[in-house]
Design a protein around this ligand. Structure first.
Ligand code: MLT
Length: 402
């Protein structure tokens, strides 16, 4: 086919997707050093098996699918009512937030939802994204032709970056120039830090005043240990008229390989609510019944008990990483309300060079901070989702060899 027919915005994307680049580098290293016992603390993928309550629900749902009277074909594109209602009870009513089950759109992943949502907006809206942050927000807007060109400093010309760094205590300032879409991520991936109530209120007030929209990614909210910190944008007065929230079962319940998430579009945003509904009905046939029953199961009393035990296990690993790196003289952030530790690397060293050094000296993998945005340079992300004992070994190697 003639190249002029393709979406040339893809040519603006620098290199491959961050985690594909990392996977490629690991494969290359393992190819040269087949004996190397590599410990992977890079991509935030879970390692603890699904909880018994979820497995029980899946078995039951599978059995139902084998019986004529309980077999299900296409489900509702928005998700089954049983799951939408369980989400409202378990995630929102439980925190004193008023929520209508019809505002919940069940999906097969937050990655897809945060990437797809931008198609509801015109090509010339200007976006603001935290720097550093999960790369999907930016990449999906590059693909849509909304970002301008990549500059020498690593920023795209038409994007407003919201620096979220140690210098501002990871609480970004409001955009300096007019924007229409504002991505926020809390707890933040990659820094593992949480946006305060004051910061969120500032953004909600700004959005309501300017008519802009907040796209709030709360995929890691269940790791917040301090109940006074905001778990949802909808805890903030005024958010229902200016925010959409993305949530996922991936990190909450170990569903990275199962695939289930949800997006909340308040009915106050009636136009967007009906557009997303139209989009889902046209392009999506819903999440399979077995998976939705599995997700529902985390909200039973036993399911929640088992889920919180798994989360505690990951947070114990986060605590261990923080403790050991701090004891070794490093500065670290995050890891207190999130499964990511944001590690300050030696001054002057590039984070991708540090990746290579860590891999070759310790056979430990992490994620270079600059992969999440220019403000991530000088930092490195470790995940607490790895096996606890293997993480101990990784930390020992770091103390001894780095
Ligand atoms: C990460 O490592 O940042 C996440 O696993 C990526 C994702 O959730 O898609």
């Amino acid at each position: 086919m003639n190249d002029s027919y393709i979406n040339s915005n893809y040519d603006r994307l620098p290199g491959s997707y961050l985690f594909s680049t990392i996977a490629h580098k690991i494969k290359e290293y393992q190819g040269i050093h087949p004996e190397a016992d590599i410990i992977r603390l890079g991509i935030g993928d879970v390692t603890t098996p699904l909880i018994p309550e979820v497995i029980k629900a899946m078995h039951k749902a599978v059995d139902e699918m084998g019986v004529k009277d309980t077999f299900r074909g296409y489900g509702p594109e928005q998700g089954y009512d049983f799951l939408r209602e369980a989400i409202v009870r378990g995630e929102y009513t439980a925190r004193g937030i008023d929520m209508d089950p019809n505002d919940i759109f069940v999906s097969d992943g937050s990655k897809c939802d945060v990437a797809n949502i931008q198609e509801l907006f015109s090509e010339d809206v200007r976006i603001a994204i935290p720097d550093p942050v999960y790369p999907v927000y930016l990449d999906s807007n590059v693909m849509a032709g909304r970002t301008g060109t990549l500059q020498g400093d690593g920023h795209f010309s038409e994007v407003t970056y919201l620096a979220s760094t140690a210098e501002n205590d990871f609480q970004p300032d409001l955009p300096k120039n007019p924007v229409q879409l504002i991505y926020l991520c809390s707890p933040n991936n990659p820094t593992g830090t949480v946006l305060s109530r004051e910061t969120l209120q500032k953004f909600v007030d700004y959005a309501n005043k300017t008519g802009s929209l907040i796209l709030f990614d709360g995929a890691y909210n269940c790791y917040i240990q301090d109940e006074s910190l905001p778990h949802s944008i909808f805890e903030i007065p005024g958010a229902r008229t200016c925010a959409i929230e993305f949530r996922s079962f991936s990190k909450t319940a170990g569903f990275t390989g199962v695939r289930c998430a949800y997006t909340v579009i308040p009915h106050e945003l009636s136009k967007l609510h009906s557009m997303w509904n139209r989009r889902q009905c046209t392009k999506f046939n819903g999440v399979n019944y077995v998976t939705q029953r599995a997700a529902e199961a985390i909200y039973t009393p036993q399911g929640w008990k088992e889920t919180t035990a798994v989360i505690k296990g990951y947070m114990d690993t986060a605590k261990l990483i923080r403790k050991e790196l701090t004891a070794a003289g490093y500065t670290v952030f995050g890891g207190e309300h999130a499964p990511y530790i944001w590690w300050k690397i030696p001054d002057g060293e590039k984070s991708f060079d540090f990746f290579d050094r860590l891999l070759s000296t310790c056979q430990v993998v992490g994620t270079p901070g600059s992969g999440f945005g220019p403000c991530g340079e000088g930092y490195f992300r470790l995940t607490a989702f790895g096996d606890h004992e293997r993480t101990k070994v990784a930390l020992q190697r770091i103390k001894e060899n780095l």
